[in-house]
Design a protein around this ligand. Structure first.
Ligand code: NCD
Length: 434
């Protein structure tokens, strides 16, 4: 069995049993405490260790949202009291007021979020929702941005989104908080929740950290809230696992460009995700979300960064960018996430080049960089995307990043609308239980 990677905490202790995912045949380890399954760890090579929390009490799921049938005797507890029954427009996802991943969400649930984002983006058909009333949607609520990892776009975008809805935003980062004194993510979240915040938006380098926080908040709810209420938790990127709001804003950008805002049906479109798929939470949310809405997804890059096993999520893989680029409607280019690679020893920041997965950045750019020659091979009307931050000259040229086909800044713009939708739906769902 694989051990947790350096620097990536195993979020659940006491692994006791091994089971098999019914659908994909993947081995998983279960954490059992007090005779009950508390969660499980996927041991696939490309995933690292991922804590996969519960969705429905009594049922354990694998990361792709399928039930685990064997090896999982026991009950996974729900998040505890304090949750409402959902807003009606968000379905099961928002019944608990959390957004931890896109895996497991239905197309209907994804469309509910995207449809609401369309209103906030000013793209709704009838314009009946008055923007002046938006500030009332979350008035009096407090959103805490807990960013244990660097961020520019996501953090600012969540803050702008929350403020546009009338919420107050508190920003907490590792530097300047007690995280730098060794406080755990769970303790930090518990303390913030005890102050009565309504939502926690969190980013962490460990896959599964937000799931762990939800569990901890639920288990300890009665120690910090008289009614045992649990605030909303929204995942702003956890390790190599998922970045659900990035996945949603990428989908929104594709839908806008290809005139699919009515119904967000992406069938007939092929989306290429190029680069460091193995380390990318953006890729995983994209594969799941795009696939659920009908798009074909192909992951492209060198074998060290694009393992075939990712196909189990429902995408195709190829190592031949030039062979496939002319067939793509959208090409989403990813940064090489050196800081998440082995090589160079130890954890912490890694400089470009300090990686066993990419021998030479120059060679990578020659074979997989989106340069002018490849830009010219794209279909007319095809779009170029990147979640940012862009390393110009590594994964794409400046010409590609700044071209007319580039949707990079539209992605950022749509990020605010998507996050407004997610905050509104999650916080109002949790408020129903208050
Ligand atoms: C991504 C992230 O942090 O996962 N960026 C983002 O949120 N806009 C991608 C990356 O870091 O390369």
């Amino acid at each position: 069995m694989k051990q947790p990677r350096g620097g990536e905490a195993c979020p659940s202790r006491g692994v006791r049993a091994v089971g098999v995912c019914q659908r994909f045949g993947r081995r998983v380890k279960f954490a059992i405490r007090a005779g009950r399954v508390q969660g499980f760890l996927c041991t696939s090579a490309w995933w690292g260790w991922v804590y996969l929390g519960e969705r429905v009490p009594g049922v354990v799921y694998c990361s792709m949202g399928k039930r685990i049938a064997s090896g999982g005797a026991g009950v996974v507890r729900g998040p505890g009291p304090g949750r409402g029954q959902g807003s009606g427009d968000g379905g099961a996802l928002f019944a608990r007021g959390h957004l931890l991943q896109l895996a497991g969400l239905s197309a209907k649930e994804l469309r509910a979020i995207l449809g609401r984002a369309r209103v906030f983006a000013g793209h709704d058909a009838d314009g009946s929702d008055d923007p002046k009333a938006w500030r009332e949607r979350l008035r009096g609520k407090v959103v805490a941005n807990l960013f244990f990892e660097d961020s520019t776009r996501t953090r600012v975008s969540f803050a702008v989104a929350a403020e546009r809805l009338g919420a107050q935003v508190i920003n907490l980062t590792s530097v300047g908080s007690s995280i730098s004194k060794g406080e755990t993510v769970a303790d930090t979240a518990l303390n913030v929740a005890a102050m009565g915040v309504d939502g926690i938006v969190m980013r962490h380098k460990s896959s599964g950290a937000p799931h762990l926080v939800v569990r901890t908040l639920a288990e300890r709810a009665h120690s910090y809230d008289d009614a045992g209420r649990v605030c909303s938790v929204i995942n702003a990127g956890d390790g190599r696992h998922e970045h659900p709001t990035q996945g949603l804003l990428d989908i929104y950008t594709i839908a806008e460009r290809f005139d699919r805002l009515d119904g967000f049906d992406l069938s007939g479109l092929t989306v290429g995700i190029v680069g460091d798929i193995a380390s990318s939470r953006v890729a995983r949310s994209g594969i799941v979300g795009l696939g659920a809405l009908g798009a074909k997804v192909v992951c492209i890059g060198p074998p060290t960064l694009v393992p075939r096993s990712i196909e189990a999520m429902g995408c195709k893989t190829t190592h031949d960018l030039d062979g496939v680029i002319g067939k793509l409607d959208a090409v989403n280019v990813l940064r090489i996430q050196f800081e998440r690679h082995d090589g160079g020893g130890g954890g912490g920041e890694k400089m470009p080049g300090a990686s066993n997965a990419v021998a030479s950045v120059r060679e990578y750019y020659e074979v997989y960089g989106l340069n002018s020659a490849r830009l010219a091979k794209l279909r007319p009307g095809a779009i170029v995307m990147h979640p940012g931050p862009i390393n110009r000259g590594v994964e794409m040229s400046s010409e590609a990043a700044d071209s007319g086909q580039s949707m990079v800044l539209r992605q950022v713009r749509h990020g605010v609308a998507v996050r407004m939708a997610v905050l509104e739906m999650c916080l109002n769902a949790s408020a129903q239980g208050r």
